[in-house]
Design a protein around this ligand. Structure first.
Ligand SMILES: [Zn+2]
Length: 277
């Protein structure tokens, strides 16, 4: 944050995180890069608006194909291309950007904006922040193609705070206007979050408020897998319980689970017991 309380800059380098997701999804094309930008956007939105909460951001094409990025408060992030379907997601064309998280009072916040064909993720995130969160910002995100689907990914949000005067806003706007695009910064003079912040702040006096770790990670577990099986219709559960071990693959991280009918039976009994207690 600047010492005068006018701006806050949040920066993230997400290359390894995105690479983990692309490897799990088997994505090495433009859709993977869009997913990388979306995951970077999810990290930045979470840190800007709801650092203590899980923030999910999705980008849906005209045919319903969807990219989903999940940013968790412990720094774990995952990205999924079209969960539950083999249809490809369109990298170009009109999209809907949807952001949701749970507010401290338990209510669900959901913000949706249309992303017209040709508008990049930086502009879409900036517009989302303005329209849904009433946050004025300058935002840049990029994911660039490379051997494992992405060679570099990252971004920043420059958030305008209530203390900002017209004068200092003009100084920052002029300065940011002279900077290279985020893709060039990440591959050039600002390859780390520290250097990104220093470059964006320029001559403005500032102090570091916080830093948080980031990694590719998933929320799946054997218990969650079994829990989702138990949401199936009763006759399907019965046939799983009477059948062979069931192989389940997590859509997000690719981890495989083998659910033994016996374990599922025990799990259901335990849950039913817990519900009575
Ligand atoms: Zn998983």
């Amino acid at each position: 944050m600047t010492m005068d309380g006018a701006f806050r800059v949040i920066a993230a380098v997400t290359t390894d995180t995105v690479r983990g997701a692309l490897a799990a999804q088997g994505l090495i094309d433009d859709v993977g890069l869009r997913l990388g930008e979306l995951m970077t956007g999810a990290v930045l939105l979470r840190e800007t608006t709801q650092p203590a909460r899980r923030v999910q951001v999705s980008l849906r094409d005209r045919h319903g194909g969807t990219l989903v990025a999940d940013a968790l408060p412990d720094g774990a992030n995952r990205g999924i291309a079209n969960p539950g379907s083999d249809e490809p997601v369109e990298a170009a064309g009109d999209h809907l950007l949807k952001v949701h998280y749970t507010l401290p009072n338990g209510a669900l916040h959901q913000g949706v904006i249309g992303v017209p064909d040709g508008e990049d993720m930086s502009a879409a995130l900036m517009r989302y922040l303005h329209q849904s969160e009433q946050i004025l910002s300058m935002t840049g995100v990029a994911a660039l193609p490379g051997p494992d689907g992405v060679r570099v990914a990252g971004g920043y949000v420059i958030q305008l705070l209530p203390e900002a005067t017209r004068e200092v806003i003009d100084v920052m706007t002029d300065h940011v206007g002279t900077l290279e695009p985020i893709a060039h910064l990440l591959e050039g003079r600002a390859p780390t979050p520290e250097l990104l912040i220093a470059t964006i702040m320029g001559d403005l006096e500032h102090q570091e408020l916080a830093r948080s770790p980031l990694h590719f990670g998933c929320t799946c577990s054997e218990a969650r897998v079994m829990g989702s099986i138990l949401t199936l219709p009763e006759d399907e559960i019965a046939s799983i319980l009477a059948g062979d071990p069931l192989e389940v693959r997590c859509d997000a991280c690719g981890r495989g689970y083998v659910v033994e009918p016996e374990d599922l039976r025990d799990f259901r009994a335990m849950r039913a017991g817990g519900a009575r207690a």
